[in-house]
Design a protein around this ligand. Structure first.
Ligand SMILES: NC(=O)c1ccc[n+]([C@@H]2O[C@H](COP(=O)([O-])OP(=O)(O)OC[C@H]3O[C@@H](n4cnc5c(N)ncnc54)[C@H](O)[C@@H]3O)[C@@H](O)[C@H]2O)c1
Length: 382
């Protein structure tokens, strides 16, 4: 079994929990799960055992109750989701400035007790993988291990940094674990964390799940590069109506996405092309089905100018939830192989800004081939 803890009981977590339960019981197909049934671990091997949030309207509720309220799709909600209750996590001001009533465990029982009681819960639940899908927060890499230890002791890290540190303690003291960072906080891109995970016999994947327009853009840029078309500029707009977009409307949070999303342009093209790529707006009626528009202008042979137009509606949260079905299994595979630290081949395909620090963004087409090689499976078409 692969026992999963989720951090951030928002829409991505909910689509993962509901979708996984339906997959396990053959109620839906596995579209949107890139590695399908090609891995040694089956869908039925994955079990979500706990979830954490700090929003007072979610803490203490079951996933079933939350799904009844927020899972916007016809069909039955699996009754097994009544067994998972959302527990109070560490807050550390991660929801500051947003219109939610939040309270962290450290505000109830103090920082040290909060941290250790969560690690103890993971121990009693025998957790293998911790998935981070909490609200995007502003954060800088720490850089050095000594400073990281010191700042953890002082409670001077952000919420994601703290959860990731806690999973490393859990790995070194109890059982090797994987931490999957699907948000822009630089963790797999922070040398201090990569070193910490190597020492702790854990594995860290990150940063920022690559769904929607970003992976499509990487493959379009690869296509243009291979045809030696010269990209003049890229304009990409993303407007959505979920709470992720609401939080990204705050400038200090939005800049985190700019960093992870525009990493790809010069890496793939080999030169810098002026670009504007980031979430641009919150429009509530769009809900979770965001609107993406993109224009890429480029020079073709004879220096004639072409333009590529894309207009797209994408169900945002299910896209990342499908990737999580792979990522938790890959986390367990990395641990089985004692591949500690981080794994570039996994990050390059699933993440916008693949760690370790200094790694190149490559097209998703190339990354998929590298990933299959790393796993040791063959694409049945070839
Ligand atoms: N396709 C995608 O949806 C996609 C792609 C890449 C990255 N992401 C990232 O995944 C994250 C989750 O997206 P979402 O749509 O589910 O957002 P969401 O707003 O629905 O959910 C985030 C949840 O995290 C909770 N949270 C905030 N601080 C917390 C803390 N300290 N501890 C525990 N929980 C905390 C919030 O209360 C909320 O319930 C976002 O950071 C987003 O940028 C999403």
């Amino acid at each position: 079994m692969i026992r999963v803890a989720l951090v951030g009981q928002g829409l991505v977590a909910l689509h993962f929990e509901v979708g996984l339960e339906k997959l396990r019981h053959n109620m839906i197909s596995d579209y949107g799960v890139p590695l399908r049934n090609w891995l040694p671990y089956k869908y039925s091997d994955i079990e979500v055992v706990v979830s954490y949030d700090v929003d007072e309207s979610k803490v203490g509720k079951t996933i079933y109750e939350l799904a009844k309220k927020y899972y916007d799709s016809p069909g039955e909600i699996p009754g097994t989701l009544k067994d998972i209750v959302v527990k109070r996590g560490i807050h550390l001001n991660s929801l500051k400035g947003l219109p939610f009533k939040a309270r962290g465990r450290e505000e109830v029982e103090g920082y040290d007790s909060a941290v250790w009681s969560i690690i103890d819960e993971w121990k009693s639940l025998d957790v293998d993988v911790v998935v981070n899908v909490m609200t995007t927060e502003p954060v800088e890499p720490v850089g050095g291990l000594l400073e990281l230890h010191e700042r953890f002791k002082e409670g001077d890290l952000t919420a994601s940094q703290t959860y990731a540190y806690m999973a490393a303690i859990y790995s070194s003291k109890y059982k090797s674990a994987a931490f999957i960072n699907c948000i822009p906080s630089p963790l797999a891109n922070d040398q201090a964390y990569v070193d910490l995970y190597r020492e702790s016999r854990g594995v860290l994947f990150g940063d920022d799940g690559s769904t929607g327009a970003t992976p499509l853009t990487t493959d379009l840029l690869e296509h243009l590069y291979e045809r030696n078309r010269r990209v003049i500029d890229i304009a990409q707009f993303n407007i959505g109506g979920n709470t992720d977009f609401l939080s990204l409307s705050l400038p200090e949070r939005n800049v985190m996405k700019k960093i992870t999303k525009s990493a790809m342009v010069s890496d793939i093209l080999g030169y810098e092309a002026p670009n504007y790529i980031r979430p641009t707006g919150y429009l509530e009626p769009l809900g979770d089905k965001k609107f993406v528009a993109m224009i890429i202008e480029y020079y073709s042979f004879g220096e004639f100018k072409d333009e590529l137009y894309i207009a797209w509606r994408v169900n945002d949260s299910p896209a990342l939830a499908g990737l999580l079905v792979d990522l938790v299994r890959l986390g367990k595979i990395a641990l089985d192989r004692q591949h500690y630290g981080t794994v570039y081949e996994v990050n390059a395909f699933y993440m916008k800004k693949p760690g370790p620090p200094g790694s190149r963004v490559i097209s998703k087409y190339k990354a998929f081939q590298e990933l299959l090689k790393w796993i040791g499976v063959r694409d049945p078409r070839y």
